[in-house]
Design a protein around this ligand. Sequence first.
Ligand SMILES: [Zn+2]
Length: 390
Amino acid sequence: MLVALFNDQFVDMVGETTKEEWYLKNKSGKLRCPVCQNRVIPKCGTKKTWHFAHHSFEECDGIHEGETDYHLLGKKGLFRWVTQMKGKTILEYYIRDIKQRPDLFLKENQHAIEFQCATITPEDLSKRISGYQSQKIASDWIFGMKRIKQKGPDLYVMNSSDLSAAKKDSNGHLYLNYYCPLKEQFFLLRNIIPLSQKKVAAHGHAFSAKQCCDVQWLSRTFSNLETHNLNHIILWKKQKTTWRTTAFKNISPAVMYIKKVLYFNHHSLTLFPSIAGIPTTNFYHIETSPYLWQTYILFLMEKLPLSLFSTCFIEKEFQRLLDKRIFQTRDFPYLKESWRDAVENYLSYLVDHHLLEKVSVGTYRKLQHVHYPKTLDEALKLDEIFSEKS
Ligand SMILES: [Zn+2]
């Protein structure tokens, strides 16, 4: 941690205090942890960013032990970045009511900023965000640049749990923010489209911390370049081909289930309908690949004895598979939509493509049979047509 108490006054490791001064303060025995009040010692070595460490391994709610140098350095860099702006910023502010200690706290805006370098589970992330919300505190997560790797034009690999911290911009596109403490640079990831558990298509924009002159930059949107959108279409098409050509060896519960269902109805997963596997609005709320759950919706529609059906019927069937952990959802604590919106939006897509007709709210009528391609060649040709349409 970078903050301690000395004679009940806050002191920190981001100022001008020298090593000798810290050791004098330490000798007096008055350096304490602001959270648990236990003694802390200043660590002023040459290898790691200067910081305070607890004297012993007592239980502390503000535990920041084992912080990597990358994290300490980033926290320091981000603190310098926000202090250039108006308003008071507090480093490692401890909010006792919720036992949370954001890396940075912008007092006037009641805004917490976390610099996340270690993996955080979606459950923990959700808990911390709702902790802030209960105190009417806005929050933002900035991830360490080490947590993302570029694999090609507009193609990135990231930790799947980080995606949970995504917010939506004014155009309804997912975004995340990264920071590199070594380069003192922000990396703003925009228009994120998850392709698989770890792969995403997205547009990255790098800026030095100096260029980003206020906190609003964290939610900044950018006008899309044509090439970017073209890359998204190409990456998606490639992903769809991968789904078709690897389905035979994939043994995930969702794949096994859909394969079985199709097999007993004389279809193969490799030749799933081209109108499935579409990045429709909110599709990413379901973590299971869209070619699987959308194929399943099409299958359910085919099997209906009547041409009329309700969204409820589809949702109930999805809930059953979610309970059995055959299908998986993704949690986005900042977003109000859910997997139900993903289902509803896909049904709307089918209406737009004249497969369904919307009779009333939550009721649809089948208009056409679902077409299953006969060969891989035909499937790929049809995928091409649908990638241009969506
Ligand atoms: Zn402590």
